[in-house]
Each structure stands twice: as structure tokens, then as C-alpha cells.
Design a protein around this ligand. Sequence first.
Ligand SMILES: C[S@@+](CC[C@H](N)C(=O)[O-])C[C@H]1O[C@@H](n2cnc3c(N)ncnc32)[C@H](O)[C@@H]1O
Length: 224
Amino acid sequence: MPERKPLRSYVLRQGRISAAQTRALETLHERLGVAYRDAPLDARALFGRAAPLVVEIGSGMGETTARIAAEHPENDYLAIEVHAPGVGSLLRLIEEKGLANLRVIRHDALEVLQHMIPDGSLAGLHLFFPDPWPKKRHHKRRLVQPPFAALAARKLAPGGLLHSATDWHDYAEQMLAVFSAEPLLENTTSGFAGRPADRPLTKFERRGLTLGHEVYDLLFRRRP
Ligand SMILES: C[S@@+](CC[C@H](N)C(=O)[O-])C[C@H]1O[C@@H](n2cnc3c(N)ncnc32)[C@H](O)[C@@H]1O
């Protein structure tokens, strides 16, 4: 059977990158970034301790990621983002705030999950405002589909939390249906979760709220 074409959930926009972001990629990445490798990541060696590990997919410009890491020094965080300006921006935040518990990797999150994150190893997985791909013909590029739910569930430790949020109603319904159908996941509530008080507002969320969109959080747990 021919292999299924891998999902490309993003388009690498040319976009502007600031001088400061370029400098951060050049000077901070070696120390505060993680290079992609086709081999399991040793999180203990990376952070120099054993602590619960939370992965964020699509950290954007990284403000929310940095805030969460600063507010939870008991956890370690690995942010995954393909967009160079976002990675540069987050590297600067890690340096400025002296965040020893946050590192960033510039690569496709699906490949990072598949090849670098050991099964059953994550305390949490964050997916905040993934690209909504609103046109029907683009829905196939949405990250949250059954193979993603299975992959995410496999990477979580039993009891680990999958937290996603979106401001697109039909994508929220899709997330709810897809995560609910994954046998290894259970909803921590019925339907959508209320907005957790400890999730800071993200850049894309702010944009959605300005457009009058409602925001939906989903909080699923990996079954024992
Ligand atoms: C709509 S933005 C949301 C950013 C941020 N979470 C926020 O709420 O402000 C989605 C982000 O996910 C990133 N992204 C999409 N697919 C990705 C993938 N497969 N691997 C890594 N990053 C991805 C995009 O580059 C983009 O920065």
C-alpha cells in the first residue's frame, strides 16, 4: 500500500524577521535551542534534572509559553515552532527572563513528537490556537485529526494532560469529536472545558477575540 503523504500543517511564510530575532537565532540557539535529531531526546540531560515535561506545539511568538514556564518552575517545557521569527523571539524571552526550564526547537512538531519524544513520557501537551485552515479544501491540513490524537495520546504519560484551545467553532467541534474518539484519551469534563485561569491569553487568541470569536478550551487526560 502506498505510504500516506505526511501532513503539512503550516506554510513557511517569508515574513519579516527583525534584526534582534536573527541575532537571537545566531547567538542564542546553540545554548537555548534544541537541534532536531532523528533520535530520542534526553530531557534529563537537556534540563539537568528530572521534572515533568510539557511540550507545546506551535508556540508562535512565545509570550504565552514564556509566561507559563515562568509561572511553573516545577515543570520543564519544550516549545516546538517552525516559524523563524517566533523561535528568535522566544529565544530572546528565555534569555531575558533567565528561564532554565524552557527550551525551543525549530522543526515540524509531528516529526519531533514521532522521533524525539519517547512514548509515555509527557506530563502535558499544549496546542493553543493551531492554524485553523478555515477553507473546507484546506481542512486536511488541520493538525487535529485521528492520527494526531493517537500520536499525542501515545506520547503522554498515564494521567498526562492534553490541553488545546481554538477560536474557530467548527475546529473546536472537530477537536472534541476527534479527541473523544481516541480510546487512550478521556475528557476531564463533559464537552468543552472552561477557560483555565492559568492559561495566559495568547496572541492569536487576542486576535480572535477582537473579531468577536468565542474561545473553546479542551482538556483531555491520557487513560492509565
Ligand atoms: C495560529 S498560530 C498560534 C500561535 C500561538 N500558539 C498563539 O496562540 O499565539 C499557529 C502556530 O503554529 C505553528 N505551526 C503550525 N504547524 C506546525 C508544526 N507542524 N510544527 C511546528 N509549528 C507549527 C505556526 O508556525 C504558527 O506559529
